[in-house]
Design a protein around this ligand. Structure first.
Ligand SMILES: NC(=O)c1ccc[n+]([C@@H]2O[C@H](COP(=O)([O-])OP(=O)(O)OC[C@H]3O[C@@H](n4cnc5c(N)ncnc54)[C@H](O)[C@@H]3O)[C@@H](O)[C@H]2O)c1
Length: 363
């Protein structure tokens, strides 16, 4: 049995990881300030599985320092995960404090105790301005990549895509945090893995318009809420890959074993992690599946112009991640939505309020 600390452990990813690690017999502590709408529900869910909860803020090193006892692994999942936060200048400071200073505080805590780290980074580190400038054709239901971008192929965006460009303040915080972790790995020998995740979805995601879009789209069909195709002519042809949360959990369990062994193999090595060419959808295609699952056909309005930092197309090229960890995503895009639909149906009473009454801050 190992002691595992999950920062942001009452979020979508963190709570699913916490329950999986506890299910494998580990002693798991989640550390969270419960700022995300719905995290109170996830706190109760993880505690029911024997996970310890500590209320704390990654922006405050003293909160992390107050954690008692020794740990064998930290999984850093805390974040303000919306790429739109900070785009209007509003909340920029908050985003930087949580995502960058918070991540540095976590790495510093891990460095002082020599605790290996798995860091949940994002595909948002790749520059959207370069991606939007690639060549695309317009098929009936989606945009298709046709070339003209270094590091990008029909298999998706690779880890070797050149990084100069604009990536959103959110993406910039993740990239800066990656750089710091790399230095900690090299200078201090801190075992660590960086997962650059594409869109993750599935049960227990409290999706909202600017984060968790597939769950948000399905939930708005389920609860008969208004929807809009935003940008690129307002027809919903923009494409994303999506990874089932269970596939991510499977991968992180394997990575944890690699880091907790006597001679860890990874020192801030970077891995792309996403649904890839086998699991991706345009919004239009998502609508069709949501209609089939819920039986509800919604009026969907169209907004011509994209928001700052929007992307026409993103598919993750997982590169060597499958070989490195003997892992493959098992779920299709349809599986992700179907499992999320079952979860919504089974937990409607519990989560209805989260989807119907977003907080004033949108958290
Ligand atoms: N969900 C995705 O599609 C996706 C994709 C790529 C990367 N990621 C990354 O994965 C990680 C987990 O994402 P998620 O989808 O679970 O997000 P989430 O919002 O559901 O979870 C984040 C958790 O962090 C907590 N938190 C926020 N600020 C905090 C602070 N200052 N101190 C302590 N806790 C704080 C929140 O309360 C929440 O429980 C994040 O780092 C995110 O950037 C997620």
């Amino acid at each position: 049995m190992k002691r595992v600390l999950i920062t942001g452990g009452c979020g979508f990813v963190g709570s699913n990881l916490a329950i999986a690690f506890a299910g494998c017999g580990h002693d798991v502590t989640v550390f969270d300030n419960l700022s995300r709408h719905g995290s109170e529900i996830l706190k109760i869910r993880v505690m029911a599985q024997g996970v310890h909860f500590v209320r704390g803020d990654v922006r405050k090193p003293e909160d992390l320092a107050a954690l008692s006892g020794a740990f064998d692994l930290m999984i850093e999942c805390s974040a303000e995960p919306s790429a739109l936060v900070g785009t209007q200048g509003k909340d920029a400071r908050y985003l930087l404090d949580v995502n960058l200073q918070g991540a540095i505080n976590c790495f510093e805590w891990a460095r002082e105790r020599h605790v290996p780290v798995i860091f949940l980074s994002s595909s948002r580190v790749y520059p959207y301005d370069k991606l939007n400038a690639c060549a695309f054709s317009e098929a009936e239901t989606r945009f298709e990549f046709t070339g003209g971008c270094a590091g990008v192929s029909s298999q998706g965006v690779g880890v070797d895509m050149p990084l100069p460009g604009a990536r959103s303040l959110y993406g910039a915080t993740k990239l800066c945090a990656e750089f710091i972790l790399k230095e900690y790995a090299v200078q201090y020998g801190l075992p660590s893995i960086i997962n650059r995740c594409g869109v993750i979805a599935g049960p227990w995601q409290m999706g909202k318009v600017d984060q968790g879009v597939f769950t948000f789209w399905l939930a708005n069909h389920y609860f008969k809420r208004p929807l809009a195709y935003i940008g690129y002519g307002g027809t919903g042809k923009q494409v994303r890959d999506l990874l089932h949360i269970q596939d991510l959990v499977d991968l992180v369990l394997i990575q944890a074993e690699c880091l907790m062994q006597e001679k860890p193999l990874y020192f801030a090595d970077i891995f792309n992690v996403g649904g890839g060419v086998r699991s991706n959808l345009s919004l239009q295609e998502t609508t069709v599946i949501c209609q089939e699952l819920t039986g509800h056909k919604m009026e969907i309005s169209g907004v011509m112009d994209a928001r700052p930092v929007d992307m026409r197309w993103f598919i993750t090229d997982n590169g060597n991640t499958p070989q490195a960890f003997n892992w493959q995503p098992r779920h299709s895009a349809r599986d992700v939505l179907a499992d999320t639909f079952i979860w919504l149906k089974e937990n409607e009473g519990l989560v209805r309020q989260v989807f119907l009454e977003p907080t004033e801050t949108g958290k």
